[in-house]
Design a binder for this molecule. Structure first.
Ligand code: MLT
Length: 332
């Protein structure tokens, strides 16, 4: 009995190993050898905008640590949900990533009833790349010298002003939806594939105002080509010491910040996630990478805040935070 059993066991084991050779073993060895070819990082917005800028800065250093190029691919559309859907549906082999953010992985469920991904379930979080305070900005010749005058003007002329954004559910759309709800205004909304192109039209005066992430705005604000009324954080940004906080400028209730983070498709092996996270952590400790992000007003999380688990928790809390806010704002 015993002999037959062990023979059968051995046969079973051999069969399993054959399968393993097809799957388990190769996954283990694939993960060990990862990355063996360039990696695609989807940026779900137009080139030149905040998410693109952050992605390219961290990808450059991560490529060095990983020993393979990270290639940024811009897949704009539907407030970032088009590119995020593509990433969620990609092979979980570590070769497709997405730079998601507060919009694609926080606000989108509230605004897209048929969203093709669940931000908290359909991705393997890699880590937080940068926090991005939100500013209220306007074209250079907007007829208001400070936030108080801006609020008075848009309240009195809501039907005459327009507001740029990067698509429904994007950061610029969600954070300005909150502002518009607080001010009780409904300006004309002008959608773009990202706030990169939106900023070009703000500089040229074709659109009136927008809410946007600081990393997209610092150079233009420093050059004086646009007006910055306030930053929606408790403290001023070290990169824009002359821009008041919303509290200082008379709109204390408008407090909001965004963030950008790297995600892989659900099912991506944990040791590949660990390698990617390590490369991100190394990048965020790298002096020149840090300087480029900090000079643009980016906020870099401390080590515990950069873990995959911390990002997972952030996504869950952001979906819970934004859903009632946006549903409430849209019902007004
Ligand atoms: C961008 O990179 O264009 C932005 O992240 C868009 C947005 O969400 O406002």
């Amino acid at each position: 009995m015993h002999k037959t059993l062990s023979r059968r066991l051995m046969a079973g084991l051999a069969a399993a190993m054959a399968v393993g050779a097809g799957l388990g073993l190769s996954l283990g060895s694939a993960a060990a050898a990862y990355p063996e070819r360039p990696i695609t990082m989807i940026v779900p917005f137009a080139a030149g905008g905040p998410t693109d800028v952050i992605a390219r800065i961290v990808a450059e250093n991560m490529s060095k640590t990983l020993g393979q190029q990270i290639i940024v691919e811009n897949v704009a559309g539907a407030g970032g949900t088009t590119g995020s859907t593509r990433a969620a549906q990609a092979a979980p082999d570590g070769y497709t990533l997405v730079m998601g953010h507060m919009g694609t992985h926080g606000a989108a469920p509230a605004l897209y009833p048929n969203l093709k991904y669940d931000p908290a379930k359909d991705f393997a979080p890699v880590g937080l790349a940068a926090g991005t305070p939100i500013l209220i900005v306007a074209k250079k010749d907007f007829p208001a010298k400070d936030l108080k005058e801006f609020v008075a003007y848009v309240k009195a002329n809501a039907d005459k002003v327009n507001q740029a954004h990067a698509g429904v559910g994007s950061v610029s759309h969600s954070t300005c939806t909150l502002l518009d709800a607080q001010l009780g205004i409904k300006p004309t909304l002008v959608p773009y594939g990202g706030t990169g192109p939106a900023l070009n039209d703000l500089v040229s005066g074709q659109v009136d105002f927008m809410c946007d992430q600081i990393v997209n705005l610092v150079p233009q604000i420093q050059a004086g080509t646009i007006k910055a009324y306030a930053v929606a954080t408790p403290e001023r940004s070290p990169s824009l010491p002359n821009v008041p906080t919303t509290k200082e400028a008379g709109l204390p209730d408008y407090q909001v910040s965004a963030w950008n983070a790297i995600f892989a498709p659900k099912g991506t092996p944990q040791d590949i996630i660990a390698k990617l996270n390590n490369a991100l952590v190394v990048a965020l400790d790298d002096e020149s990478t840090r300087k480029r992000l900090l000079d643009l007003g980016g906020v870099i999380a401390d080590k515990p805040g950069r873990s995959p688990q911390a990002l997972n928790d952030l996504v869950v809390s952001e979906v819970a935070r934004w859903t009632p806010v946006l549903k409430g704002a849209n019902s007004k």
